[in-house]
Design a protein around this ligand. Structure first.
Ligand code: GAL
Length: 957
């Protein structure tokens, strides 16, 4: 039986895009036509269902005094301290039964009301439109009691003609927003479900003769150096570009010498479109994007994308971003050497694209379309393969293309994400190709490349990418002729992503590979009073995907994570490498277009990690792809047994719009002289007392052989450690069962190793403690011998590990750990690699002496996990101890145990204790990208095999 109480809410489940909206057009801010922002505080009433309330609230005179208020733009679930419901996070599961186009009866519905007066100078003549830049997921609109239409397409603009309805004062704008609608089936992106009017609402005056839609065609011919401009406009007018002496009629092409636009050198020319009734500012960038010789070429050159996927995110405002936050994103990207952004998975706020034009980023603009949840039913009933939905898909494509077509930064239109394949997608691609031949079409789900101009994949392994590079991947005839990009790779969830340097080398090796986009830009953590940042499940969701929503290169507060620092190094546009051992440096220009004239170079030598004076270094001008060998002009200092290194830094020579003079773009290091590791002559004999054994500056518990004090510093719990608080990438994704080492390690019991004491032996010159370290219920184990020696001043520990049994798994880590009093060690001084690094995330680790405090040695991953290791540490000093490694070691120190770290769900679960726990590791397992992609490459596995490593302790006070 079909039964509806209020037929008026039927549009919610209608597959059509809506009713009443004007055709889509270019988005612009007029120079002279008036506009009125309707952002601000609106009256708000929340209902549990779509039809709980009638439409009387939309009538003028309705008294909404008793209603709550919400901020527009905003999401109601992030306002009202929980009074307006909660956010829901699912990756691809629809949080409602899949029965398209039906949605649940429980359909949170927010009535929004705003009363406004026209400004005194609002012209009496002409028309007006109201523009909604983004409403999730479906809205019905009334102005002054008149129903003006309804729409879906959350991250797309919708305009309504309202001139005839406006009054000078007391206009009542009523908007009913439904969380769920047929449109929700098309918006199954991996992100929070956040209803609301989350982008601007604006009233625009439309004078008689105002510009309507227009299309700026600005191409560049690299063989002549000329640009051709033609502005097609619905309303005739003139186009002027003073700097180019252009003044032509709309529709008329003009060709002049220009400087082209590129992400590296984003030259924009200010122009104006003048119609009878309006002046519209234009920012024109001349560039030509083509597919030629199987490559994506811009202005005649193949481009290498060094990109990232960006969702819109703010930890308090969700997807309601202000301009400064958008600018921060762009500046952070530019300062970290990124040159491209995919607007995953919907068109962003238009102001973001203005910033990409201005600062220079290549853009893949993606349509607001994802139907990923249909994968749960083998893609049956997928809307993109059902003609009834095609008008909605074409509407979405048109709203994106028409809104954004005048941005030079956009080189690709993307049909959407993870929507399977189908006739609807083909229809979108055909429409887009017909409407805008000046850009290429992208869609990852189309592995046959039926509809696309590029072969695009996500999370393909290094090996597969290499085969694609060699064109050994097969595929359709069409695909074989196309270039390749990874639209998503390097899953930046928690600690990681690992292996991106290896990808970059492959991208650079094969012409067909035109780079990739890291997944993703920012952790979508929601600021929470008790939890710090909330993720999926923290709002009691029925279905959720936990912290899979926190997988960005920057933390929710936009602090760069080590992953971004690593990426910056991996994609640096100038490579500075050692070239032989004689202090010759090879500098390579890795830009696609530009020379290096905006850079200057500094170099210095360091001795034992400590820099000696800095000098400038002259580097010849290099064209893209060219290298030069540069001899360091001053002789290296004599290190007298200490390690001597050179470091060269490439810095901005002058302020740029995105970075100040002196900003470091790239760096390189090389070794001039290796260190002579400390040696200890075992001259002391251990002596046994009643409870203690003494050996030089060490005392040991006589029964267990464990040290109680080392060089005057009390220590506790020194033992072999193989466990690390599993990272998201260790844990892997649910569909990768056989290689999820985080899960397999725990199953084997590596987090609960037992330490059996076999012998405490006092020799002539050594104390030897023999143990076997193994998990309950398993036959595998690690025979572990701790051998202590001393020359009276120094105390040396040599650890030998011999695996027993059939080890089929790598180890998480291999080293020792011990505790010292936390209040004795607030900071550390060490000589080793800067920042956090692991075997496959160490490109940005720069050798030097560093002095972090303990707090800054912790990386605040939203879900706590192994973090903060420094690589290649030669020596470290803390709490009165100096520790030298033979060989170098991985160093971390934290005011909680690895077990506490492992158990924590949020950072607020961790409170510093009295003991500082220090890990000195001989080995760490790689990080990889398995939380959504391939695990670490084999060369980064920490295999269970015989190992021996030493630490020399001394007192440094
Ligand atoms: C991809 C998807 C993204 C995101 C990512 C995992 O499959 O396109 O939206 O879900 O995986 O974080």
């Amino acid at each position: 039986m079909s039964f509806r109480t209020t037929p008026s809410a039927d549009y919610v489940e209608d597959v059509s895009p809506g009713r009443g909206a004007l055709p889509p057009r270019a988005w612009y801010a007029s120079s002279d036509a008036k506009s009125l922002s309707l952002n601000g505080s609106w009256r708000f009433r929340l209902s549990a269902t779509a039809d709980a309330e009638d439409d009387s609230f939309a009538a003028p005179g309705y008294d909404a005094e008793s209603w709550a208020e919400v901020a527009v733009p905003g999401h109601w679930v992030l306002q009202g301290d929980g009074a307006f419901g909660s956010p829901i996070y699912t990756n691809h599961l629809y949080p409602f039964p899949v029965d398209p186009p039906h949605v649940p009866t429980e359909n949170p519905t927010g009535d929004h009301l705003r009363v406004f007066d026209l400004p005194a100078d609002w012209p009496a003549d002409g028309g007006a439109v109201i523009r909604f830049d983004g409403v999730e997921s479906c809205a019905r609109v009334w102005l002054n009691g008149t129903d003006i239409g309804e729409f879906k397409g959350s991250r797309l603009p919708h305009e309504f003609a309202v001139g005839q309805l406006l009054k000078p004062t007391g206009n009542v704008l009523a908007v009913r927003v439904h969380q769920w609608s047929a449109g929700s089936y098309l918006e199954d992106q991996d992100q929070w479900w956040l209803p609301g009017i989350f982008r601007d609402v604006t009233l625009l005056h439309r004078p008689a003769g105002s510009a309507g839609d227009f299309f700026v065609h600005a191409s560049y011919d690299h063989s002549t150096g000329e640009g051709t401009l033609r502005v097609d406009s619905d309303v005739d007018g003139r186009v002027s570009v003073p700097a180019l002496d252009i003044d032509v009629a709309t529709g008329e092409p003009v060709t002049v010498a220009v400087e082209p636009w590129s992400a590296e050198s984003p030259k924009l020319y200010d122009g104006e479109l003048v119609t009878a009734g309006e002046r519209v500012p234009l920012r024109i960038g001349f560039r030509t994007v083509v597919l030629e010789d199987g490559l994506i070429k811009v202005n005649g050159k193949a481009v290498l994308f060094k990109g990232v996927n960006r969702h819109e995110w703010h930890p308090e405002k969700g997807r309601a971003l202000d301009l400064e936050t958008m600018r921060e994103d762009v500046l952070l990207m530019k300062r970290h050497n990124l040159n491209a952004v995919r607007t995953s998975h919907y068109p962003p706020h238009p102001a973001f694209l203005d910033l990409c034009d201005e600062y220079g980023l290549w853009v893949i603009d993606e349509c607001d379309l994802e139907t990923h949840g249909f994968t749960e039913q083998a893609w049956r009933d997928n809307p993109v393969d059902d003609d009834r939905w095609t008008p909605a898909l074409l509407d979405r494509a048109a709203r994106m293309v028409e809104r954004d077509k005048n941005h030079p930064s956009i080189v690709f239109w993307s049909l959407g994400n993870e929507a399977g394949t189908g006739r609807g997608l083909t229809a979108m691609a055909e429409w887009i190709h017909g409407r805008d031949a000046s850009r290429l079409v992208h869609y990852e789900g189309d592995w046959d490349c039926r509809d696309t101009d590029v072969y695009s994949r996500m999370y393909a392994s290094h090996e597969e990418v290499e085969r694609i590079g060699q064109s050994l991947d097969g595929g359709t005839h069409k695909r074989r002729g196309l270039p390749f990009i990874q639209c998503e790779y390097g899953h930046a969830m928690g600690n990681g992503p690992g292996g991106i340097a290896d990808y970059q080398q492959i991208f650079e090796r094969y012409e067909r590979l035109q780079g990739g986009f890291i997944w993703e830009w920012i952790d979508h953590g929601i600021k929470h009073p008790e939890l710090g940042y909330a993720y999926g499940g923290d709002f009691g969701e029925e279905l959720h995907d936990g912290n899979f929503v926190c997988d960005g290169l920057i933390f929710p507060d936009r602090t760069p994570s080590p992953g971004l620092v690593e990426y910056k190094k991996v994609i640096e546009p100038v490579r500075i490498e050692a070239d032989g051992a004689d202090g010759t440096v090879r500098v390579t220009n890795a830009y696609d277009f530009g020379d290096l004239s905006h850079l200057e170079y500094e170099f210095f030598y360091s001795v034992d990690g400590f820099p000696t004076g800095a000098h400038t270094l002259a580097v010849p001008q290099l064209a893209p792809g060219e290298s030069a060998e540069v001899k360091l002009p001053t002789a290296a200092p004599d290190g007298q047994g200490e390690e001597v290194l050179w470091t060269v830094r490439a810095l901005l020579a002058a302020d740029t719009p995105w970075g100040p003079k002196g900003h470091e773009v790239a760096w390189g290091q090389g070794t001039v002289a290796a260190r002579t590791p400390v040696s200890v002559t075992a001259s002391q004999r251990p002596a046994r007392g009643e409870h203690l054994i003494t050996l030089g500056p060490g005392t040991f518990d006589a029964r267990s052989g464990r040290p109680t004090s080392i060089c005057g510093v009390d220590v506790t719990g020194l033992r072999l450690d193989v466990w690390r608080a599993t990272t998201d990438n260790d844990e892997g994704a649910s569909w990768q069962d056989d290689t999820r080492y985080g899960v397999l390690w725990r199953k084997l019991g590596l987090h609960r190793m037992q330490h059996r004491l076999d012998a405490v032996e006092l020799g002539d010159d050594a104390l030897t403690v023999r143990t076997r370290v193994a998990p309950a219920a398993a036959e595998v184990g690690l025979r572990t011998e701790y051998r202590w020696t001393s020359d009276g001043t120094l105390l040396k520990l040599t650890v030998s590990v011999t695996p027993e049994g059939d080890w089929t798994l790598p180890l998480p880590r291999l080293g020792i750990r011990f505790g010292i009093a936390a209040d004795s060690a607030r900071e550390v001084l060490y000589f080793g690699g800067s920042g956090e690094a692991y075997p496959d995330t160490r490109a940005a680790s720069r050798l030097g002496q560093w002095m972090p405090d303990i707090e800054h040695m912790q990386t605040p991953y939203v879900r706590p996990q192994e973090n903060g290791a420094a690589a290649d540490v030669r020596w470290a000093e803390l709490g009165g101890l100096r520790i030298e490694g033979v060989p170098e070691f991985w160093f971390s120190a934290r005011p909680w145990t690895n077990e506490q770290l492992d158990a924590a769900r949020h950072l607020t679960d961790l409170t510093p204790g009295d003991t500082l726990w220090i890990n000195l590791d001989h080995g760490q397992h790689g990080i990889g990208s398995q939380s959504c992609g391939p695990g670490p490459l084999p060369q980064y596995f920490l295999k269970a095999e015989p190992a021996e490593f030493s630490f020399v302790f001394s007192n440094h006070e």
